[in-house]
Ligand binder design. Structure first.
Ligand SMILES: [Zn+2]
Ligand SMILES: [Zn+2]
Length: 816
């Protein structure tokens, strides 16, 4: 790392420490339910991993323990390599064997170990190790010995298929090391698994990978642990109910995901690793995977064979309607799956888009009346995941028809006058999706329409083939285009596109396809339509740079499908001018005046290429269906009603849940935790007395004794809260006096608190927040969610920040 970059990170760390110190000091004052800052800072990945797990295994939150584990992880990384699965296995085993700290039970130690190994594998960035793997249950084998059932639930999904499979592997490794016996599935349990996975796929949601019956039964028969989980669905499995060692008849999503999308789907990947070092790690019993992978191959081959019998040579790409399921009212479908005129797929990413973030042209946002804006979430047909929207103006903008019949492509945001003239969107423009999203979803890459980045490669290749090297001098002689212009076109394909004459010359001289800017959606029309269009062009009045076609509804419609810019003055003529006229004249030059439809191939591009001197490629590629997902993806996170503070103001708060309204009524009735100030000898609802500012003592409520100073009464466990009426007016008056801030015009609380002890936030916080116009989310934090809206480069002008300020923040380098 560059020394000044190190400085940059140090600065961030320093400043973080500073604000943490302030927060810590504030917490120590005792106005909050907890006296420490809740969210720990992790200095590195290993620490993040352990701190994540420490949320459920508090033994792992001691700094000394953390340091020991981090040191050990580093040693293991040296031995096996960073992020090697064996690091996960070893660290899990050592924590399970209580090498770093003691746990309350062997099982608890094992769970903490498995979670840590799993969290290491997933870099400590997802909650799966806590919420996806929910624990182990010890059950009895037929011979009376114990085996392990691993419990999984829905959030296992976020670990990914391989991640969750590695979790099963880690758990089994720990099992082996602790001498627990393998699972001995019964025939019924195996059949239950087959049935449940298929029921889940058919009745709940499509699994990404649906294993065959044989795959599921073979896998279940050989797995050394039972895969289990709590019920997640309302419906029951269709057969094999009431089994002794499966507690529920209802469908379990965690189980189905782990079996189908994880272990079955990722078996080849698992076997690839285990075949290398499985034996050295005492995991030779996993060698059944070798046979499993064979069974899977056969099952897949059989499936393919069936497809072939139906005459399909290659898996054809067909419209996928999945993204339209569960659509909510008010969230529009922008384009149907694979429909012409929808979003045209472009692969890649801009500096402001990338993983789970797709870019569209700013003019597209504008013609959609800004209903789709930066940060809006879309659900996409392909690769089948959500994406937030970013803007990119070097992809193609939309093609629109105006009220007077004019068709044009927008290269920038239209002004208001033009926008008002828009009658119909013929093409939504490009959508830029990163290759990584396809990889992440294991979606095969689908064909892409002809585009600048492709064309420029073909140009470069053609020059090299012709002259042996990228010889621009000779290319210039051959084409009459200056060397400097050629260089510009080659090095900057998005900003410096060739003129129509340059494009035609380059295509003729170097035999490369026509530039995409002058290529239209020829695939959008049928052979019959092509013949009609061709005849219209042939009969047209052509002059220098203009083609005037007699108006007909049919020809107009065809030109619109093709998305060729044109005018339609007074519905008398259809006029192609400039680049469009030049392009059409060139392409149709050699096409005979009369065409015999029966002699022509079906594909219009093939027809043109069989006559024209210049070849064209398909510009359409693949259109991607899209609908609006959650439009609120990038915005402030607020609770309904936008409260300033999590303090209950009961029904007295009225519709707005405001302190003002409660004060008018003089009281608040709600559930409160109860405290007592011993120096004022009075009861309060705050952990610090609002009169003398001294810490108060927590009380509990017993049904028989009333308020008592301990949780455990002789009558049983006392309640940590009680329904209580408080004098809100006096409380707020005391607080505003103490913080020397008057009560703002509107401070909103909540009807009731939802934490289990009903401990409220301090009203002072709400007064201060209302002053500064901030509202809170579920845990009292203020949040702005725009994960996935990354940016790798920017200019000071774009973010409206002076260079000086940026330098101060640590941005020291300019692109140049
Ligand atoms: Zn007091
Ligand atoms: Zn009692």
């Amino acid at each position: 790392m560059k020394p000044d970059l190190e400085g940059y990170f140090e600065e961030i760390q320093e400043k973080t420490k500073k604000v943490y110190a302030i927060a810590q000091k504030a917490r120590e004052k005792g106005y909050d339910p907890e006296r420490k800052v809740d969210i720990p800072i992790a200095k590195n990945m290993a620490e993040r991993v352990i701190r994540l797990v420490s949320a459920v295994a508090p033994q792992l939150s001691e700094q000394e323990v953390i340091n020991k584990i981090i040191t050990r992880i580093k040693e293991l990384e040296k031995e096996y390599g960073i992020l090697d699965w064996r690091v996960s296995l070893k660290i899990a085993e050592e924590i399970a064997k209580e090498k770093f700290c003691r746990f309350e039970s062997k099982l608890e130690a094992a769970e903490a170990g498995i979670r840590t190994g799993f969290a290491y594998h997933t870099l400590g960035t997802v909650a799966s190790p806590l919420e996806g793997f929910t624990g182990i249950k010890v059950r009895k084998r037929a011979d009376g010995k114990e085996y392990w059932a691993l419990f999984f639930s829905g959030p296992i999904r976020s670990a990914g298929g391989t991640g969750a499979s590695v979790c099963v592997l880690i758990a089994d490794y720990v099992r082996k090391k602790l001498n627990v016996q393998p699972y001995d599935p019964t025939e019924e349990e195996i059949q239950r698994m087959v049935t449940e996975v298929h029921d889940f796929h058919n009745r709940i949601t499509n699994l990404q990978y649906l294993p065959s019956e044989e795959e599921i039964s073979f896998l279940t028969r050989h797995l050394p642990v039972q895969i289990d989980g709590d019920p997640s669905e309302k419906i029951e499995v269709s057969q094999y109910k009431d089994l002794k060692r499966i507690e529920t008849n209802k469908l379990r999503n965690g189980v189905c995901l782990v079996i189908a999308e994880c272990l079955c789907q990722k078996a080849p990947k698992l076997w690839k690793q285990l075949s290398k070092w499985g034996n050295d790690f005492d995991l030779s019993h996993w060698s059944f995977l070798e046979e499993f992978v064979e069974i899977q191959k056969k099952a897949k081959a059989k499936l393919k064979g069936e497809e072939k019998d139906e005459g399909k040579e290659k898996a054809k790409i067909t419209p996928d309607f999945t993204f339209m399921k569960d659509i909510v009212a008010g969230r529009p479908i922008l384009t149907m799956p694979m429909r012409f005129g929808g979003f045209r797929l472009r692969y890649g990413r801009a500096r402001n888009s990338g993983y789970s973030s797709a870019a569209i042209h700013p003019a597209t946002m504008s013609v959609l009346k800004n209903y789709i804006a930066i940060g809006t979430q879309l659900k996409l047909e392909r690769p089948g995941k959500g994406a937030v929207v970013a803007a990119c103006d070097t992809i193609e903008g939309p093609v629109v028809r105006l009220k007077d019949g004019t068709v044009l492509q927008l290269e920038k945001i239209p002004d208001k006058t033009l926008k008002n003239e828009i009658d119909k969107i013929l093409f939504l423009g490009d959508i830029l999706i990163t290759y990584g999203d396809f990889l992440n979803r294991s979606h095969p890459l689908v064909p892409v329409g002809y585009c600048q980045e492709w064309w420029v490669q073909e140009l470069e290749k053609a020059i090299v083939e012709q002259f042996g090297s990228l010889d621009l001098f000779k290319t210039s002689e051959l084409t009459g285009i200056t060397e400097s212009r050629l260089k510009e076109i080659l090095s900057n394909p998005f900003y410096k596109q060739p003129t129509v004459d340059e494009a035609i010359t380059l295509s003729l001289r170097l035999s490369i396809p026509l530039h995409p800017k002058y290529t239209y959606f020829w695939k959008a029309i049928t052979k019959k339509e092509f013949v009609e269009f061709s005849q219209a062009i042939k009969r047209a009045k052509t002059s220098e740079e203009k083609i005037i076609v007699q108006f007909s509804e049919n020809v107009k419609e065809i030109a619109e499908k093709l998305c060729i810019p044109h005018k339609a003055p007074a519905k008398q003529y259809i006029v192609f001018e400039g680049a469009e006229a030049r392009t059409l004249m060139t392409l149709f030059e050699n096409i005979p005046d009369s065409l015999d439809q029966n002699q022509l191939p079906e594909d219009v591009i093939e027809i043109i290429n069989s006559f024209s001197k210049i070849k064209i490629r398909d510009k359409a590629g693949t259109f991607i269906g899209a609908r609006m997902g959650r439009p609120e993806k990038a915005k402030m996170r607020k609770l309904t009603g936008s409260p300033h503070v999590l303090f209950p103001i009961g029904d007295e708060g009225g519709k707005l849940r405001s302190f003002q309204s409660a004060i008018e009524k003089g009281k608040v009735t709600a559930e409160f935790a109860i405290y007592k100030c011993e120096s004022c000898n009075r009861i309060t609802v705050l952990p610090k007395c609002e009169i003398c500012d001294k810490p108060t003592k927590r009380l509990y409520y017993c049904q028989k004794c009333g308020l008592i100073p301990f949780e455990q009464c002789k009558h049983g466990k006392a309640s940590p809260y009680t329904l209580k009426q408080i004098d809100i007016k006096t409380l707020i008056t005391n607080i505003t006096k103490r913080i020397e801030t008057p009560l703002p015009a509107l401070v909103k609380g909540v009807r009731g608190t939802s934490n289990k002890d009903h401990i409220p936030e301090h009203p002072a916080k709400g007064i201060l927040r209302a002053h500064h116009n901030v509202t809170v989310n579920k845990d009292g934090t203020v949040r702005y969610d725009m994960t996935q809206m990354g940016i790798t480069h920017f200019t000071p002008r774009e973010i409206r920040t002076p260079v000086e300020k940026l330098r101060e923040l640590g941005y020291l380098y300019d692109v140049d």
